[in-house]
Design a protein around this ligand. Structure first.
Ligand code: PGA
Length: 253
């Protein structure tokens, strides 16, 4: 049986204007309408309110971030009730670019708990800075998973998706790429950590995505052989043609 894949577009701080954002959003929406693949678009938060009016009732929108308090004196932050009021369904938490700006595992764990409480599906990003021959990076991944999920009950895991995003494979500065065999090994390791922390059922049922230099050429292999439930896409997600091609590939998996 074909599995329904999840394709998440993390637009990061793109595009430059609302008009461009509308154009990108509309063309992806139009081209992917009626497909079984779950498409989630995460635009910059300033555009969400406008784009929410263009979803046509579909749960297409995700947020790149959210603060853990619900309201108050937190300049520049956005809260769960705000995002809920704009029909946002998914929430990216702990992206490496936010961790690099000072977000700690403790903050991430608070955001996850606030996100679950508000009813979002939380996409938790994890990933190592570099790979070493002694496999110390696996310990780093384990620490990230355990610390981020601190305080999250077994029952709530159903609302969490893990996105494995090795930092060295992300963005323009990527120094390498994860082939599907390496990806599969890492996904198995992530499930082992979940098994040791929670139980076998949780480890088995948790959805894990991959992100880092995904494009229309490598998407098929990663989804077919990498043991993932879908992809988290940066650069290729702000190119409607490339992104739609990836969603079409996901349809065939
Ligand atoms: P990239 O970014 O696809 O541009 O490498 C992925 C991400 O950071 O989510």
């Amino acid at each position: 049986m074909k599995k329904k894949q999840i394709i998440v577009g993390n637009w990061k701080m793109n595009p430059r204007t609302l008009l461009e954002a509308r154009k990108l959003f509309d063309s992806i929406k139009k081209e992917t309408e009626g497909m079984k693949t779950e498409v989630v678009l995460c635009p910059p938060s300033v555009f969400i309110g406008d784009l929410a009016l263009r979803t046509g009732g579909k749960s297409l929108l995700g947020s790149q971030n959210m603060f853990f308090e619900e309201e108050g004196a937190f300049t520049g932050e956005i809260s769960a009730p705000m995002l809920k009021s704009l029909s946002v369904k998914h929430l990216i938490v702990g992206h490496s670019e936010r961790r690099a700006m000072g977000e700690t595992n403790e903050m991430i764990s608070k955001k996850i708990q606030a996100g679950i409480k508000a009813g979002f599906t939380v996409i938790l990003c994890i990933g190592e800075k570099e790979r070493d021959s002694e496999s110390a990076y696996l310990q780093k991944l384990k620490e990230q998973i355990i610390a981020s999920l601190n305080g999250v009950s077994k029952k709530s895991l159903i609302k969490i998706i893990i996105a494995y995003e090795p930092i060295w494979a992300i963005g323009e500065k990527a120094t390498g790429f994860v082939d599907s065999a390496t990806l599969l090994e890492t996904i198995i390791f992530i499930r082992k950590v979940l098994n040791d922390t929670y139980d076998q059922t949780s480890a088995h049922s948790m959805k894990v995505l991959y992100g880092g230099s995904v494009d229309e050429k490598n998407a098929s292999d990663l989804m077919k052989e990498g043991g993932v439930a879908g992809l988290l896409i940066g650069r290729a997600s702000v190119d409607a043609k490339k992104f739609v091609t990836i969603v079409k590939i996901a349809e065939t998996i």
